[in-house]
Structure formats: C-alpha cells, structure tokens
Design a protein around this ligand. Structure first.
Ligand code: MLT
Ligand code: ZN
Length: 459
C-alpha cells in the first residue's frame, strides 16, 4: 500500500489542494452518519468537480490499494456512506449541474450531487415533476438515491428510483467511464448496466450523472389523515383506496405512540381529539381537483374512526409533518436501531402485532416505533432504549421478517448494518452471483468493499 502522504499528493494533483480535506474538525460530519450510529475515520475527504477528476481519484486510490466510500448527502440509514474501515471519502456534491428539461420527452440530465429538492424545483419550473420524493430531499442527492435505489413516499404511483433512470454516466473502479445519457427510452442492446448500478450501493461503479424520466405534474394535490382503531381496518382501507382512486400517490401508516412522540417533541397540535390506534395519511394528485373523488373513496370505508382533510397547501404540509417527523423525533431519543422491511400484504398485520413481543424478548426496556409506506408493505421498525450495536434486536426483527416471507430491506439498502443478514433474503446462489459481478467490475476491491456483501466468514 502506498504511504498515505503519497496518496494525498496524488489526490491533490487530481482535485486541487482545496478539495482534499484532512482536518478532522472539517471532515467530522462526513465520517459519521447523521443518526450518530455509524462513526468512522478517514485520511481524507476528496471533492472532485468533474467526471475526469472522479476517474483520477479512483485510479489514484486503486494504485495505492486504498478503498473509497462514495458519498452524496450522507442521509443513508445503513452505514453505507461512512468510512468505517479508514476509506477515502469521495464526496460527489460538487458535481451539481442540471441540464434542461426536454419538453417533448420530459427527461432531464442531473449530475450526482444535485439534491432531490433541487431536482424537484427544476422539474416543476418546466411543468413536470420528479417521481421520487423522500423526507431527506434537501440533502439526499441524485447519485446517492441511485446508489441505494431510494423509494420514498410516491413509490405507489411512480416506482422507486430505478424506474426513473433511463441511463447513467458512471466511473468504474479502474477509472474507465461509461456514458449513456442520450435518453433512449428503448435500447435493447444487452445487459442493463444502469439498472444494475441502481441499488448497488457504490460497490460496482461511481454514478456521476443520470438521464432521468420526469412525470406529469399533478396540478391539484389533496391530503387527508384517517384514524382507525385497529391495524386490520387501516390496511383494509388502504386496499379500498387503491382500488377506488387512480389518482392515489401516497398512502402512509403510523400509530398513536409515534404520533404522540412527534406532537410532544415538536409541540404540534394533535390532529384528533380522541386517541386511536393507527393512522393512514393519504395523498391524491390529479390534473383537476380530486377532493370529491377522495371524499367519495373515504366515505365508502367502513371502520373509519375519524378523518381530517387538509383544506390548503399549508394544512397538507402540517398533516405530512405528523408522518415525516417520525424519523427526527425517534432520533432525539438516541441512536436507534433502524430496520426497514417489506412484508407480503397478508403477513403485515401479523408482523405488526408480533414484532414488539419479539423485540421485548431480547430487549425488555426497548421501545418499538412503527411507521412506513402502507401501500408498499414497507414498515420502518425503529427501536430505541437499547444499544444500537446490540445485534440481538436486529436479529429478532429480521428473523421474524424471514419467517413471514418478507425482505430485510425495502428501500434503505443493506449497507454495513444488514450485510450479515443478507442470506435471510438472498440465496447462496444469488450471493455467489453478486460476488462474481463485484469481482468482475472491481477486482481490487476499491469501491465500498465493506458494504452489501456479507464478510466471507458470514457466508
Ligand atoms: C421514512 O420513510 O421516513 C424514511 O425511510 C426514513 C426512516 O425510515 O427513518
Ligand atoms: Zn421510508
């Protein structure tokens, strides 16, 4: 391995002195995640501004035998963008150019460091919308959301990130660049490399730009919050709304204890006078006002205990806050276990009923917070009041998910946090195929070598 000072010299030659940061105080926020759960160290954070500079950084690190952790907004929740093994941090946020929106196709090209909030504003200014939205929109980047195949609140309508990506520009570990940004909706010429990079968590190549599909902008958006006194009634309502409304774009789920936490922590007024068990937040969007359609759909739901409909955009934001503030409110209790699972629809009520007991059996003092994306069967299981490194909690929840035929990661990815459990969701044959792809594209193990794939001893 090249001595660190020689590598730093090579990195400075590529990115410029001002963009190779080594002062621990300056890089402190980039060597840990925002929840405080994952904390590492790094000899340097490198901030390239062009694809050629990214290639130069990868070549220098490959020559020096030093691994790289690509990083965007560092909003991930599974430790996938943190240098836990002394890696160089490759900060991609200076790659922040946005191309014009093509009025005929509704496509645009965004560099990796563009935030999702900026991409939304860009699309909206041209009369379009970007199909992926998530609460970390102000920091999360295009590159990071491609690397993790991020989901968010509109998967029900538009799919996760992979479905928005038409092509990518990416740098392989040896510094060679692949560029497919021409926006071809049909291109049946072999392996779908862009699709492969979506969800690859920075292990196969560094995405530097993407050609993205935009969607028509719903001019009218209506939000309502529905209260229920049991989980089954809430999930039945989700099914009824899906069947009745083709303008449905988000259906989110949370529970009374999470609502109490959010209201108490942020001083929010409670949405209903009485207490209930479960809440479903519904968003409908259409070219003409969908209020009557949504109202008709809600009126047909049996077992609904109460309803609040937002009359304007401000009220809609306030209703969304009850759901979106869960993450922040839970984190104020201390670094949580963050588990992000999908269950088959038939298993979801049973999972919700059982998961607290499973956690309680290994961590009696723990608190379990459940919220998520109801239409996707995606529940976020956050556990506080217990050491976030206590693997027994993760194991209890993920084993339950496996018994109920779910997936151990719905949208956050595997990162470092879940890699030892990957075999619960993926067969040995699949993991062998993953390893073969990794070896083929990154034989020296330069790109995020400690995420996604289980350590060899674990498999
Ligand atoms: C959410 O849906 O709020 C996010 O996935 C974040 C989280 O799980 O905390
Ligand atoms: Zn989520």
């Amino acid at each position: 391995m090249t001595a660190p000072h020689a590598l730093l010299g090579a990195l400075r030659a590529v990115a410029g002195d001002a963009h190779v940061l080594t002062d621990p105080d300056v890089v402190a926020g980039q060597v840990c995640d925002w929840t405080g759960r994952f904390r590492g160290t790094s000899p340097a954070v490198v901030r390239p501004a062009t694809v050629d500079e990214v290639a130069g950084v990868l070549r220098a690190c490959g020559d020096a035998g030093r691994a790289v952790v690509p990083q965007g907004g560092n909003t991930g929740l599974v430790g996938g963008s943190v240098p836990l093994h002394g890696e160089i941090v490759l900060d991609l946020r200076r790659l922040d150019e946005l191309g014009p929106v093509d009025a005929r196709t509704g496509q645009t090209t965004a560099q990796a460091g563009v935030t999702i909030a900026r991409l939304h504003a860009h699309a909206q200014a041209a009369g379009w919308e970007y199909g992926v939205d998530l609460s970390s929109r102000d920091s999360a980047t295009v590159g990071g959301t491609i690397a993790t195949n991020a989901g968010g609140v509109h998967v029900l309508r538009y799919g996760a990130t992979r479905r928005q990506v038409i092509g990518v520009e990416a740098v392989f570990a040896d510094g060679r660049v692949m560029r497919r940004l021409d926006g071809l909706e049909k291109d049946n010429t072999g392996y779908d490399l862009a699709g492969l990079l979506c969800g690859s968590e920075g292990t196969l190549a560094v995405v530097t730009a993407a050609r993205l599909r935009l969607v028509p902008r719903p001019k009218h958006v209506v939000v309502a919050l529905l209260a229920f006194d049991d989980t089954d009634a809430a999930l039945d309502a989700v099914g009824m709304l899906r069947r009745a409304l083709d303008c449905l774009q988000a259906v989110e789920l949370f529970f009374q204890d999470g609502l109490d936490l959010v209201c108490d922590r942020f001083g929010l007024a409670r949405p209903f006078a009485a207490r209930h068990h479960a809440f479903v937040l519904v968003e409908a969007g259409a070219a003409s006002d969908p209020t009557a359609e949504l109202g008709g759909g809600i009126d047909a739901i049996p077992g609904i205990a109460d309803v609040a409909v937002a009359g304007d955009a401000r009220a809609a934001r306030n209703l969304w806050r009850y759901r979106e503030a869960h993450t922040e409110a839970v984190n104020l209790l201390g670094p949580p276990h963050k588990l992000d699972v999908t269950l088959p629809a038939a298993e979801l009520p049973g999972f919700v009923a059982e998961v607290r007991d499973q956690v309680g059996a290994v961590a009696p003092d723990a608190a379990v917070w459940l919220f998520g994306h109801a239409a996707d069967g995606n529940i976020h299981v956050n556990v506080t009041g217990v050491d976030p490194d206590d693997d027994r909690v993760t194991d209890a929840v993920l084993q339950l998910v496996a018994r109920r035929h779910g997936s151990i990661s719905a949208e956050h990815g595997i990162g470092t946090a879940k890699r030892q459990w990957l075999s619960l969701t993926r067969s040995a044959t699949e993991i062998d195929a993953f390893r073969a792809i990794k070896r083929a594209l990154d034989p020296k193990g330069v790109l995020n070598p400690h995420v996604l794939l289980p350590a060899v001893n674990d498999h």
